[in-house]
Design a protein around this ligand. Structure first.
Ligand code: HEC
Ligand code: HEC
Ligand code: HEC
Ligand code: HEC
Ligand code: HEC
Length: 196
C-alpha cells in the first residue's frame, strides 16, 4: 500500500482499526510457514548450521551439516540502517571460487557471478509499508547489565538449520506487541512506535 504522506497513512491505519476491530488482525495469521522457492537451493544448514560428520559408504568422513559461518558474515546490519542486507555474490565467491565445484547449485551460483548478474532472491519476510521496523534498534538494545536483549534467534528462530528459509513466527502485530509487552524488553507499545 503506497500512500502520499505519513498523516494519511496513520489516518488509514486508524480508520481500518475502527472498521475491522483489533481482534481481527490479532487472530489472522497468513504468514507463518511462508517459504518461497529461491533461484538457488541455498541451505542455511549447510553453511550457518552445526556440523554433522558421518562416515560415508567408502569409509570417508563427510560433513552433511554446516560450518557455523556467523550470520553477520553474510547479513550485514549497518548501524545506521533499518534493514539487514542479503550477501552479494562476491561474498559467496570468497569461498565458492574454490569450495564445492562439483555441486550442481554451486555451478548455478557461479553462472550468476560470471554473467555479472545479481541473484534474484525472493524476499521471505516482508512487513507492510505502513509499519515502521528497524533491525539495528533491536540488535543494539541492551539491558541494565549492558547485555544485548536480542539476537537473531529471538525472531528468526532456527533458520540456522533450515533448508529453505521460512517465516517461523506469526509475524503479525500480535507477535510484535507480545514481545514489546514483556517487562524485560521494556519496549514501547504506543501505536506511534510502529505506525509513524
Ligand atoms: C553464507 C551466507 C549466509 C549465512 C552465513 C547466513 N545467511 Fe541468511 N541468507 C543468506 C542468503 C543467500 C539468503 C537469501 C536466500 C534465502 O532466503 O534462502 C538468506 C536469507 C535469510 C533470511 C530471510 C530473508 C528474507 O528475505 O526475509 C533470514 C531471516 C536469514 N537469512 C537469517 C540468517 C541468520 C539468523 C543467520 C545465522 C544463523 C544467517 N542467516 C546466516 C545467506 C546467509
Ligand atoms: C565461508 C565459506 C562459504 C561462504 C561465504 C559461502 N559458502 Fe556455500 N558452502 C561452503 C561449504 C564449505 C559448503 C559445503 C561444500 C561441500 O559439501 O562440498 C558449501 C555449500 C554450498 C552449496 C551446496 C550445498 C549442497 O549440499 O549441495 C550451495 C548451493 C552454496 N554453498 C551456496 C552458497 C551461496 C549462495 C553463498 C553466498 C550467499 C555461499 N554459499 C557462501 C562454504 C561457503
Ligand atoms: C526483533 C525481531 C528481529 C530480530 C532480533 C532480527 N530480525 Fe531479521 N527481520 C525481522 C523482521 C520484522 C523482518 C522484516 C522486515 C521488513 O519487512 O521490513 C526481518 C527481516 C530480515 C531479513 C530480510 C531483509 C530485511 O531487512 O528486510 C534478513 C536478512 C534478516 N532479517 C536477518 C536477520 C539477522 C541476521 C539477525 C541477527 C543479526 C536478525 N535478522 C534479527 C525481525 C528480526
Ligand atoms: C522478541 C522481542 C521483540 C519482537 C518480536 C519485536 N520487538 Fe520491537 N523492540 C524490542 C526491543 C527489546 C526494543 C528496544 C527497547 C529498548 O531497549 O528501547 C524494540 C524496539 C522497537 C522499536 C523502537 C525503535 C526505535 O527506533 O526506537 C520499534 C519501532 C519496534 N521495536 C518495532 C517492532 C515491530 C514492527 C515488530 C514486529 C514486526 C517488533 N518490533 C517485534 C523487542 C521486540
Ligand atoms: C510493536 C509494533 C506495533 C505496535 C506497538 C502497534 N502495531 Fe499495529 N501493526 C503492527 C504490524 C507489524 C502490523 C502489520 C500486521 C500484518 O501485516 O499482519 C500492524 C497492523 C495494524 C493495522 C492494520 C490491520 C490489518 O488488518 O492489516 C492496524 C489498524 C493497526 N496496526 C493499528 C494499531 C493501533 C491502533 C495500535 C496502538 C494501540 C498499534 N497498531 C500498535 C505493529 C504494531
Amino acid at each position: 500500500m503506497k500512500l502520499p504522506n505519513k498523516p494519511m497513512q496513520l489516518a488509514v491505519v486508524l480508520g481500518a482499526l475502527a472498521g475491522f476491530g483489533v481482534l481481527a488482525f490479532l487472530m489472522i495469521n497468513p504468514k507463518q510457514g511462508y517459504a518461497p522457492k529461491q533461484p538457488i537451493f541455498f541451505q542455511h544448514k549447510r553453511m550457518a548450521g552445526d556440523p554433522n560428520w558421518v562416515t560415508d559408504a567408502n569409509g570417508k568422513e563427510v560433513n552433511l551439516g554446516g560450518y557455523q559461518i556467523p550470520c553477520r558474515y553474510c547479513h550485514t546490519m549497518p548501524y545506521e540502517g533499518r534493514h539487514s542486507t542479503l550477501p552479494s555474490t562476491d561474498i559467496c565467491m570468497n569461498c565458492h571460487s574454490v569450495v564445492g565445484q562439483d555441486k550442481e547449485w554451486v555451478l548455478v551460483l557461479k553462472g550468476y557471478w560470471e554473467r555479472g548478474e545479481p541473484i534474484p532472491w525472493v524476499k521471505v519476510h516482508d512487513l507492510p509499508d505502513f509499519v515502521y521496523y528497524d533491525h539495528s534498534a533491536h540488535l543494539n538494545a541492551v539491558d541494565d547489565k549492558g547485555q544485548p536483549k536480542l539476537d537473531c534467534v529471538n525472531c528468526h528462530l532456527d533458520v540456522k538449520n533450515d533448508s529453505v528459509v521460512q517465516v517461523r513466527t506469526k509475524f503479525n502485530m500480535g507477535w510484535c506487541v507480545e514481545c514489546h509487552r514483556k517487562p524485560e524488553m521494556a519496549a514501547s507499545t504506543d501505536c506511534v512506535t510502529c505506525h509513524r
